[in-house]
Structure formats: structure tokens, C-alpha cells
Design a protein around this ligand. Structure first.
Ligand code: SF4
Ligand code: SF4
Length: 317
């Protein structure tokens, strides 16, 4: 039987932010949502892309000359790729003498990737393991299930970071091989969810209800993550609504709720990919604003000892 193949953006070793302990995080390419604040713009497309580093480019135009379909051009000394023509052959990146063009996305077979990840076993310890993130891990379902199964067979703890915008049958398939679900709940009002994330949230909420019921009778863990984004998710009302939903639907199985503070570190990535970012120039949130939201989140004292702010705040003088 042919091995399942998936498109992976990259791997981050010794990661401490995607689950318990020390981990290796694997970023899948492709996502069904379009959150306006997305911190991984290079993971949104299901296809390979090109990232251009203007500070490395020597202006030789080798890329332009070698492209078989004339998809590369320069406008105001800025490299522009016409993805309606580009066949993703990556000849331009391979021939760039200055490494100024990087191909984003590598195809892996599930077995080969599991073997590669197993090399990190030494630092996983009792708590750590592998986190599959993205993009959306479960948007490549056959590959994700095959990879999880192989990691599970090797005795590696597996966490899946998901936006929940998938058919529930996929969560069911991956469930036996997953130890921790890191599940995003961003906005409770479906119209606002559609405005800021590109789709309504009905499927996400219904999947969480069903997943929580499965976790209830298992040894799996559930973490919820809520990005705290200025003008989108950071109202007291939204945070209170999420808290009420979590208590009602997942209160008995929820291990941890993370309020993940907005950061603007991805701004340069948008520029290198040639995309605009709605949050360009936006500052981080203040500590006092984050603390107020934490207070709103833990009004129900059931959530008090399992709700945390992660990430950093704006420096205030
Ligand atoms: S081949 Fe590389 S260095 Fe030359 S113009 Fe293209 S991106 Fe710049
Ligand atoms: S990946 Fe291939 S088709 Fe696309 S711009 Fe580069 S050389 Fe042209």
C-alpha cells in the first residue's frame, strides 16, 4: 500500500508553547479558516509558496529568467509572484544564488516523518511529545491519522492543535492515537466569527460538544485556546460567553484554558510573502487589559485554577 503523504510547512524543536513539557511542533500547510490576525500566513494555503527575503536579494533576476511560465516579475524593485500562473516547480528557489527565495512546504511520508520526530524522543521526557499544528492539522485527514498512529506506536505522546472546522468523523478517526486536544474557541457570536475568521462557528461548537463527550470516558486531555485579539475577540462579553459555554459543555473534562495574547511578530512574514495584514502596526495589548479579561474569564470559580494568560503584554512605562 502507498504511504500517506502530507504537505508540511516546518518543524519547531524544543517548543514550550504547544502543550505540556518540551515538544516538537509540526506545522501542517492549509487551513479552512481565514482569521484576520493569523500568525502563520505561510500555513494558510494548501499549496507550496515562495517567501522572498529582500535583504538577501542581489537583483540578478535569475529567478525571472528561469521561470518556465513567466510567473515572476519585479514591481518597484519588489519581487511579485503571479500564483495564477505559478506551477510550484520551485526552479526559481533552487536557482537563486543568494538564497533569497525560499520554498514554503515540504512533502513527507507519514512513516518517514514519524521516524524523524522519534529522533527528538530524548528531550520529550514524561510530559512532552509531538504537537501537530498548522494551518489545520486535520485538513489533511488521511496523512494526520497515519502520522498519529505511527507516533502512537512508537510510544510518543501526541497533541493535536485544531480549529475544529472539520467533519467530526475526522476527530473520531484520530481520537484513539491522540493524547491531548488543543482546541481553539475564538468568538461565540457566529456572525462575528464569520467576519473575523471567514466562517461561522456552528460546526466548531458542535464538534467540541461531541469531542468533550468522548473525552469524558477516556484518559485524553482537553485544552482550550482563545487568541486575545484587539477589536475581534477581546471584549468582556465574548470572554464571558466562552467561559459559560466551556462550563456547560466541557466543564468536567477541561484541563486548561489559555488566553493567548496577541503579538505582532509575524508582520515581516506577511511582507516576505507579498500579502497584506489587517493588523500591521498594531501594538500588543496592555497587561491591565489582559488581567481584566482573565478576571472576566474566571468569574465562575470553576475555571479559576485552570485558566491562564499566555504570551507577552505591551511594555508600559
Ligand atoms: S534569483 Fe534570487 S537574488 Fe536573483 S533576483 Fe531572484 S530572488 Fe533576487
Ligand atoms: S515556482 Fe516555478 S512556476 Fe512558480 S514562480 Fe518559481 S519557477 Fe515560476
Amino acid at each position: 500500500m502507498r504511504e500517506k503523504t502530507g504537505l508540511i510547512l516546518n518543524m519547531q524543536r524544543m517548543s514550550t508553547e504547544d502543550g505540556p513539557g518540551l515538544r516538537t511542533t509540526v506545522f501542517f500547510k492549509g487551513c479552512p479558516l481565514r482569521c484576520r490576525w493569523c500568525h502563520n500566513p505561510e500555513s494558510l494555503s494548501y499549496k507550496r509558496e515562495l517567501e522572498w527575503f529582500d535583504d538577501r536579494c542581489i537583483g540578478c533576476r535569475t529567478c525571472e529568467k528561469i521561470c518556465p511560465v513567466k510567473a515572476i516579475g519585479f514591481e518597484n524593485q519588489k519581487l511579485v509572484v503571479d500564483y495564477s500562473l505559478c506551477t510550484r516547480c520551485m526552479k526559481c528557489a533552487e536557482s537563486c544564488p543568494a538564497n533569497a527565495l525560499e520554498a514554503k512546504g515540504v512533502f513527507w511520508e507519514a512513516g518517514g516523518l514519524a521516524d524523524e520526530l522519534a529522533k527528538d524522543h530524548a528531550y520529550f521526557g514524561e510530559e512532552g511529545g509531538v504537537t501537530l499544528s498548522g494551518g489545520e492539522t486535520l485538513a489533511q485527514p488521511d496523512f494526520a491519522v497515519a502520522l498519529c498512529e505511527k507516533l502512537h506506536q512508537k510510544g510518543i505522546q501526541v497533541a493535536i492543535d485544531t480549529c475544529g472546522m472539520v467533519d467530526f468523523s475526522i476527530l473520531k478517526r484520530v481520537f484513539p492515537y491522540t493524547d491531548i486536544f488543543l482546541y481553539d474557541i475564538k468568538i461565540m457570536d457566529s456572525k462575528l466569527h464569520k467576519k473575523h475568521a471567514g466562517a461561522g462557528n456552528e460546526k466548531i461548537l458542535s464538534n467540541l460538544r461531541l469531542l468533550a463527550a468522548m473525552i469524558e470516558n477516556s484518559d485524553k486531555n482537553l485544552w482550550i485556546r482563545t487568541p486575545i485579539i484587539p477589536g475581534a475577540t477581546d471584549s468582556h462579553e465574548n470572554i464571558r460567553q466562552i467561559a459559560d459555554f466551556l462550563i456547560a459543555e466541557a466543564g468536567t473534562v477541561l484541563s486548561r484554558w489559555e488566553l493567548c495574547a496577541f503579538n505582532n511578530m509575524c508582520e515581516s512574514k506577511y511582507k516576505r510573502l507579498g500579502y497584506n495584514w489587517d493588523y500591521a502596526g498594531k501594538e500588543k495589548l496592555t497587561r491591565s487589559h489582559l488581567d481584566e479579561l482573565l478576571k472576566a474569564a474566571v468569574k465562575n470559580e470553576n475555571l479559576r485554577d485552570r485558566t491562564f494568560i499566555t504570551g507577552s503584554a505591551k511594555l508600559e512605562v
